[in-house]
Design a protein around this ligand. Structure first.
Ligand code: NAP
Length: 300
């Protein structure tokens, strides 16, 4: 029997890229056949250099050209990791991916969603829940990953300035939950290697709760420089990221999350779970370990 093919959508992104990294040994060992989906043809070379097949998939193209080429790109694929970006088009992108997966005979989809209360009124959290309801009715095997805030956000220019040792955030002094995307990927990789054991499950992912001031203190300790936190208004976040080209519809939802986290009306923002240890057998990455791993970024 040939090794099952696993296709990663979002392979050029933070979480999808980490899923590729985590599955590379299983690919090289012949346990599975890893395929990276790329929407920009120039992104293929880096995967080819690592011995990973790529297939060209632009989920937005379904609107104009239908599903045919996506179904073709999913030929002989058994398992799919589905991550989309920070854009309201995540709804149509995920629908196209799920429809094409069903038509191509895929067995199992692992969806990257978000942790939220079941009756959340946060708009983009609801989008993820609608995607997962659509996935549930598709008949495909499925596992949903529900992370809290990515530790990797702290590396973004809008949140950390290593030159002046300043962390910027938009949630005041509210404690919030953090998870390393490498840990999300480790759980995803475990599921993609044995999906039957995880069919129908949704896994919360959040390792540790901290305030931004608390994170600045850890950075001060790790780097020997006096890091400080400069709280800003959520509207300033929206202005900065949309000026940089981000989708204003999606980012206004994030602004709302920051506002509600700051005022304390979003308790799920501070949830933690034992998922990483339970699924992978090793503890989740702590904030201190994450910041230590990335100390090069924080040491100007
Ligand atoms: N940041 C957080 O704290 C957080 C917390 C919880 C949940 N989430 C969820 O995590 C997801 C984002 O994960 P991430 O940070 O790993 O994403 P990311 O780094 O922004 O990567 C997005 C990936 O999607 C690909 N993509 C975008 N549009 C596409 C299209 N039309 N067709 C095919 N591929 C397309 C991108 O390809 P290109 O490289 O070509 O652009 C990229 O590979 C979102 O759904 C978000 O709601 C985020």
């Amino acid at each position: 029997m040939s090794a099952p093919s696993v296709l990663v959508l979002g392979a050029t992104g933070r979480t999808g890229g980490a899923v590729v990294d985590q599955l590379l040994d299983a690919h090289r060992g012949g346990e599975l056949r890893l395929i990276a989906a790329v929407r920009r043809p120039e992104a293929a070379a880096a995967f080819a250099e690592r011995g990973i097949e790529t297939r060209h998939i632009d989920l937005d193209s379904a609107e104009r050209h239908g599903l045919g080429h996506i179904v073709t790109a999913l030929r002989d694929v058994r398992r799919v990791f589905l991550a989309s970006g920070y854009d309201v088009r995540m709804l149509s992108q995920a629908k196209a991916a799920i429809d094409a997966a069903r038509l191509a005979g895929v067995d199992h989809v692992v969806h990257l969603g978000v942790h939220a209360a079941p009756d959340t009124t946060v708009v983009h959290y609801g989008w993820h829940q609608l995607v997962e309801a659509y996935l549930a009715q598709s008949g495909l095997g499925r596992t949903n990953l529900h992370p809290t805030a990515f530790m990797q956000n702290l590396l973004m220019p809008v949140m950390s300035d290593p030159q002046s040792a300043v962390l910027t955030h938009y949630i005041g002094d509210a404690p919030t939950s953090w998870v390393d995307t490498d840990d999300i990927a480790a759980v995803a990789a475990t599921v993609l290697r044995s999906p039957e054991q995880h069919d129908g499950q949704s896994y919360g992912l959040g390792a540790e709760v901290a305030t931004i001031g608390g994170i600045a203190d850890v950075l001060t300790d790790l780097t020997g420089r006096a890091w400080r936190y400069e709280p800003k208004e959520p509207g300033e976040f929206l202005a900065a990221v949309t000026a940089a080209g981000a989708d204003p519809v999606y980012m206004d939802c994030v602004r709302n999350v920051f506002e509600r986290t700051g005022e304390g009306s979003l308790p799920e923002a501070a949830a933690t779970f034992d998922t990483v240890e339970r699924i992978t057998g090793r503890p989740a990455t702590s904030l201190r370990a994450f910041l230590h791993r990335h100390r090069g970024h924080f040491t100007a």
